[in-house]
Design a protein around this ligand. Sequence first.
Ligand code: 6PG
Length: 469
Amino acid sequence: MANTYDFGLVGLGVMGRNFILNVADNGFTAYGNDLDEEKVNALIEEGGDTNKVNATTDARAFVNGLSAPRKIMLLVPAGKIVDAVIDNLLPLLDEGDIIIDGGNSFYTDTDRREAKLKEKGINFFGAGVSGGAKGARLGPSIMPGGSREAYQHVKPIFEAVAAKYQGEPCVTYLGPKSAGNYVKMVHNGIEYGLMQLTSEIYDLLKKAGGLTNTELHQTFTTWNQGRLQSFLVEITSEIFAQKDDLTDNDLVDMILDKAKQKGTGKWTSQNAMDLGIPVPTIDIAVSMREISALKEERITADGLYDRPKPENVVKASLVDKAEQALYFAFIMAYAQGMHQLADASKEYGYELDLGEIAKIWRAGCIIRAALLADITDAFKANADLPNLLLSPAFVEKVQATVNASRELVAYGAINGIPLPGLSNALTYFDAYTSERLPLNLIQAQRDYFGSHTYERLDRDGIFHTEWEE
Ligand code: 6PG
């Protein structure tokens, strides 16, 4: 059975198994490889017909069973395991073969691997895959980066398995080297932002409006039928309806309030700092996961300070304002992420097309949302748009929702409900749209104590003043 299967996949965990079955469903033959015999057997059993989808624990048999050029996707945990799998496959491969890393690898690791494999004539792709297990099985959003020529071999398979938005596949060639992993990293940064914002709105509706889980379920269900329509709003509505099977309570009330993280949100923040691009909504989302982890300290601190008792508000009006504020803040999270992508594209030579990126996020991925159709249009209308807030179509959306945002942020501050993402999105907006900021004072201070010099509004040049002590 030499050289028969169209597509190979290493790592038959949940994502890998689902992805390979998706490939087979779309008319391509696929061969899986995993060291774990149980996973191999599970795939063979689920696949049904081994002429269509097969699996083996033997790396050599796996490689020999793939048609040329071999297209081998890795769905293994990011980090050292990716290097180990590559080292294992390398001696078995031929020039022109293609390895695709489908995990959340750090973009500089992808650059390093791509350069190393290029020397051996192997094409390496970093391809972010978003949509979780269900997405992998039924249609994820795929974000591939690497050699444009080699992508032609992968394209038919990826386009067949990807999610479709109005018939268009949610995958496209994004750019050279680590472009795919970079875009997926920022996707996850935005994901962190949207999740944090949604959790704050939940807190507000619950503490200020006294909404029950049933009411929260209804509210999010209604919102999901409007402009907030998105995967995260949809699953949030379903979460509120979930009963706990260990107690008589709703499951959401029984879940410990400590959020874990695998690192992609933090990487987005760290890299944005390096690039000098402000992404405060993403930064705060990372910080809040860190604060959430300090549960013991939070319990102690809670006992040390008084907190205002939230004033009652009119439920219907609160729900209406919350919808507006969430929409406003979602726009800020996407605006910041897209801004980061625009800058990274210049810095790393990715030549990203932001309109195409927004387009492949419209379905399949975790941050899919009705808003992404508008974001796509904004970048299609102006590919060089520096920030979504400068798009005429967005001026209207933001203008219409900013006041509700102000009211809720003020309410949260006075009533002791932490709304760091919402307030942060608002201050990002207020600062970005301020012609004059008070940073002239910072320049004066820097010059005062360190002779760091300053520029002037009224004439060109660099100035220093001997400040009076
Ligand atoms: C996706 C998700 C996926 C993963 C997150 C979870 O797009 O399908 O982003 O890649 O579930 O990275 O990240 P944390 O564990 O850091 O929350």
